[in-house]
Design a protein around this ligand. Structure first.
Ligand code: ADP
Ligand code: NI
Length: 216
C-alpha cells in the first residue's frame, strides 16, 4: 500500500484546520492505534494497512471539516484504490471511518472490525490527556464557544443533532463528553490509557475550579 499517497491527501484536506483536527491528530491516531494493536493482538500486514488507511482518512469525511461528505467519500475511495487497495479493502476502510465518530455512535453503537476498534480507541484517547485539553480549547475557540460560563448548565447528550447544535462551554464539554469516554473503549489496552488520561482531565478541572473561585 502506498501510504504516503493517503497521507498527502489527508494533509491537503486538513491543512488549514485549527479546531484540533489537523494532520498531526491523524498521525497521533495512527501511531497510538498501532501501539494498542501491539499490546493486544498483533494484526496481519493486511489488517495493519487497513488500520493505517483508516487512521489517516477518518477525519477527511467529517461533516464539520469538509463541505460535501458524499463527495469526500468518493474521493477517499479513489485515493485508496490509487494507493493499491482492493475493492473489498476499500469497502472495509470506508465503512469503518463512517462509523468511528462519537456522534455516529450516539445513534447506537456499531460493531467495528478489530483494526477499526484500535483506530476508534486511539481517536478517543486523543481527546483525553494533555493533548485532549489542548484540542478541546482549540475546538472551543474555533467555534466561538466560551472557555467557561457558570450560567450555562452542562446537559446530558442523547442525539447527534443535540451534540452538534447545543450551546455549551469548553469546560462543560469535559463533563458532557470527555469524562465518560473512558467507559466507551473497545480494548483493554485502550481502557488503561483512557483511565490515566482521564485523571489528567480531572486534575485539570479541580485546579480550574479552584482558581475560578479565587481559592488559590
Ligand atoms: P470524534 O473525534 O469522535 O469525531 P469530535 O469531532 O466531536 O468527535 O471531537 C473531536 C475533538 O473535538 C475532541 O478533542 C473533542 O474534545 C473536541 N470537541 C468536540 N466538540 C467540542 C466542544 N463542544 N467543545 C470543545 N471541544 C469539542
Ligand atoms: Ni479524529
Amino acid at each position: 500500500m502506498n501510504l504516503s499517497l493517503i497521507q498527502n491527501y489527508a494533509q491537503q484536506i486538513l491543512a488549514s484546520d485549527v479546531s484540533g483536527h489537523d494532520y498531526w491528530h491523524l498521525q497521533r491516531v495512527a501511531h497510538l492505534a498501532q501501539n494498542l494493536a501491539r499490546q493486544e493482538q498483533q494484526l496481519s500486514p493486511q489488517q495493519n494497512d487497513l488500520l493505517l488507511a483508516s487512521s489517516y482518512l477518518h477525519d477527511t469525511i467529517d461533516e464539520k471539516l469538509v463541505p460535501d461528505v458524499q463527495q469526500a467519500l468518493l474521493k477517499g475511495r479513489e485515493i485508496l484504490r490509487q494507493a493499491g487497495l482492493q475493492e473489498e479493502q476499500v469497502e472495509l476502510v470506508t465503512t469503518a471511518i463512517q462509523h468511528l465518530s462519537y456522534a455516529a455512535n450516539l445513534e447506537g453503537p456499531y460493531p467495528l472490525p478489530l483494526f477499526a476498534q484500535y483506530v476508534q480507541d486511539a481517536d478517543r484517547l486523543d481527546a483525553l490527556g494533555a493533548i485532549g485539553i489542548a484540542r478541546a480549547f482549540a475546538y472551543g475557540a474555533s467555534h466561538q464557544q466560551p472557555i467557561y460560563d457558570p450560567h450555562i448548565p452542562p446537559i446530558k447528550l442523547h442525539s447527534k443533532t443535540e451534540y452538534r447544535q447545543h450551546q455549551t462551554s469548553t469546560i462543560n464539554h469535559f463533563y458532557e463528553k470527555l469524562l465518560s469516554l473512558q467507559e466507551t473503549m473497545n480494548t483493554s489496552a485502550g481502557q488503561k490509557i483512557a483511565q490515566q488520561r482521564t485523571k489528567i482531565l480531572t486534575d485539570f478541572l479541580a485546579e480550574f475550579q479552584a482558581e475560578w473561585r479565587g481559592e488559590k
